[in-house]
Design a binder for this molecule. Structure first.
Ligand SMILES: NC(=O)c1ccc[n+]([C@@H]2O[C@H](COP(=O)([O-])OP(=O)(O)OC[C@H]3O[C@@H](n4cnc5c(N)ncnc54)[C@H](OP(=O)(O)O)[C@@H]3O)[C@@H](O)[C@H]2O)c1
Length: 244
């Protein structure tokens, strides 16, 4: 895929899946707006390594961050071709612990994962509609599709983003494609202490291993390059969803 001169925002790209996707997009020629909420050093370092790239610190649940991300693309390059909505959070409550979920958990998780994803998309759409082939790619989760995942608010938030994907695909206008990639279990900083879950996936998933960030980047690049698909969620889980 040749993305020379294209400009792409990747939210939550200082580590893990977002970093892998940002690296792949940059390798295809794109200029990248790197973002993270608090890991400034890692974000600035990645932007420095990607060549024609910049870093914007900000929590995507803050409307000012959505404006700042789009302004960074507009001010520096005068265009925006793609948006990867990757940043997300979870709550420290096991999925089955219904009594442990509080209103604060819901507000934080939905505020970042759903409202933040929407706000950045909303801010980006005018420039994406003006692009020749504008697109949005949302990183969701198997947790939004199957009854698994790191907490109840997280699972519900990811199901919401899958539905947001279909509605935005229908109404974005300007030929903007909106799709999602839903990973299974991926070895990233997020899951660094999840040894038990990783062993479970390696034992039960048909492909017998957890994903690497590059596995998910493969799927993202494939969907970004699939120019006649919109409103779709691609589950990339090594077959885990077939057995849980
Ligand atoms: N790892 C998995 O097994 C797995 C499975 C399914 C889906 N996913 C999804 O994949 C995506 C990336 O996860 P990951 O595993 O790669 O995690 P990760 O390595 O922890 O990376 C998360 C990134 O998001 C940023 N971030 C977090 N909250 C943010 C906010 N409010 N505003 C802006 N940036 C924020 C983090 O920056 P800071 O450190 O500065 O906060 C970091 O750059 C998420 O959407 C996650 O739900 C992951």
């Amino acid at each position: 895929m040749d993305l020379t001169d294209n400009v792409v925002i990747v939210t939550g790209s200082s580590s893990g899946i977002g970093e892998a996707v940002a690296r792949r997009l940059a390798a295809a020629g794109a200029r990248i707006v790197v973002n993270s909420a608090s890991s400034v050093e890692a974000g600035e370092r990645l932007a420095g390594e990607l060549g024609d790239a910049c870093y914007v610190q900000g929590d995507i649940s803050d409307p000012a961050t959505a404006q700042a991300l789009v302004a960074a693309a507009q001010d520096r390059w005068g265009r925006l071709d793609g948006l990867v909505n990757n940043a997300a959070v979870t709550a420290e409550v096991p999925l089955a612990d219904i009594d442990g979920v509080t209103a604060d958990h819901w507000n934080r998780v939905l505020g970042v994962n759903v409202v933040g994803t929407f706000l950045v998309s909303q801010a980006a759409l005018p420039l994406l509609r003006a692009a020749e082939d504008g697109w949005i790619l949302n990183v969701t989760s198997i947790a939004g599709i199957r009854q698994t995942g790191s907490s109840l608010p997280y699972a519900v938030s990811k199901a919401a983003v899958d539905h947001l994907t279909t509605i935005l695909a229908k109404h974005a206008g300007g030929g903007v494609r909106v799709n999602a990639v839903a990973p299974g279990l991926v070895a990233t900083p997020w899951t660094k202490t999840w040894d038990q879950q990783k062993a479970g996936v390696a034992a039960t998933a048909p492909l017998k291993r957890v994903a690497t960030p590059d596995d998910i980047a493969d799927a993202c690049m494939g969907l970004i390059g699939t120019r006649y698909a919109t409103g779709q969620t691609l589950l990339v889980d090594g077959g885990l969803g077939l057995v849980v």
